[in-house]
Design a protein. Structure first.
Length: 94
């Protein structure tokens, strides 16, 4: 898949009506892996990945409560479980 198509699919992915938050996040991470977001050394910046996943979660989730929590936070911690990641702390710690 080309990088434009991959990012299009990532940006347009919305949480399904019966899809739980953990499955939605897993699917976003899978779609994001196909996007061409590598830094000059070939690695994806954690800061860029956190930002993009947090934004897409906030845009695409169907829960207004979760959207509001995500919009108040500054990061999505990838070291925590999928469920906990949906309600990240402002200070970025687990």
């Amino acid at each position: 898949m080309n990088s434009v198509r991959a990012e299009y699919e990532f940006r347009n992915r919305r949480q399904g009506a019966t899809e739980n938050a953990s499955d939605y996040l897993t699917e976003l991470r899978t779609l994001y892996a196909d996007c061409d977001v590598l830094s000059s050394d070939g690695a994806v910046s954690n800061k860029i990945e956190n930002h993009n996943l947090a934004m897409q979660l906030a845009i695409g989730c169907h829960s207004r409560k979760t959207q509001e929590k995500l919009l108040q936070e500054t990061t999505v911690d990838h070291q925590r479980s999928d469920r906990q990641r949906l309600v990240p702390r402002k200070d970025g710690h687990p």
